[in-house]
Design a binder for this molecule. Sequence first.
Ligand SMILES: C[S@@+](CC[C@H](N)C(=O)[O-])C[C@H]1O[C@@H](n2cnc3c(N)ncnc32)[C@H](O)[C@@H]1O
Length: 292
Amino acid sequence: MSEIRLYVTSTEKGAAEILDILSEVFGEEDFAIATTEVDEKKDIWEASVYMLADDEEAVRERIAEGLARAFPDLEIQREIIPDIDWIAKSLEGLKPVRAGRFIVHGSHDRNKVKVNDIAIEIDAGQAFGTGHHGTTAGCLEVIEEVMRARTVRNALDLGTGSGVLAIAVRKLANIPVLATDIDPVAVRVARENVRRNGIATGIRLETAPGFHSPAFGREGPFDLIIANILARPLMKMAPQLAAHLAPGGSVILSGILATQRWKVLAAYSGVRLAHVRTIWRNGWVTIHLRHD
Ligand SMILES: C[S@@+](CC[C@H](N)C(=O)[O-])C[C@H]1O[C@@H](n2cnc3c(N)ncnc32)[C@H](O)[C@@H]1O
């Protein structure tokens, strides 16, 4: 059975409000809800709900009902999602990914790197983080933004996976980076990727669950903490994360579904970390926070 996307078009602000309404309407039900930027300059966004064809009519009615008060004039549009060709999809997964000035590419695509690119070479392997996931790409974009705007003297990449974000930080600045992961296989893969990207010193890798390692006390507090994990563990570790942040420091959180972002923001405002910016990529959000 084909999959359908029902969507409405609005501005970024409108799409965020619509997302909240749709999240209320569909709660924990099994429909993916997402916002996507269509045109940055013209501020055009789409808010979408995905469903199987059988559910379309009922879902359309509920969307119309949910939006009737705040957005009575929005037309609900429809797209049939083509069946995925998994072979083509997996080849696509090997293509280089661009996020800000970064290009994350496999070893077979070294020749795609242009003069002003900041290249990170990662082959798909046993650890998460080839740049293809919206959360990794979102983090890369915000890392560049933060490091352009502020002086960052050291950084922590918690849940480093392939090491891609630690490598990105180190490619932007000659500063010490602590990169940790609960999974020893990821730490081994990250170590190999750090070496492969020509970084001889500056990234310290440790296997550690959450903040359970003396390394955090030794290397911190940090001017920048990046954690691309998942909403629930991120909310749980908010007090520890805030305790390891240097005064005036920045935090980049990802691994959060768009529908979960208010809960995460609430947990972090409880430890005096204020929202700076949220970016959306394929239904996932990356959040930038700073000491208020
Ligand atoms: C979504 S991946 C992110 C990888 C990479 N940082 C990126 O952005 O592509 C999450 C990583 O966090 C690790 N992880 C999950 N829970 C963790 C925890 N409590 N403490 C440390 N690492 C954790 C996982 O093993 C995984 O490698």
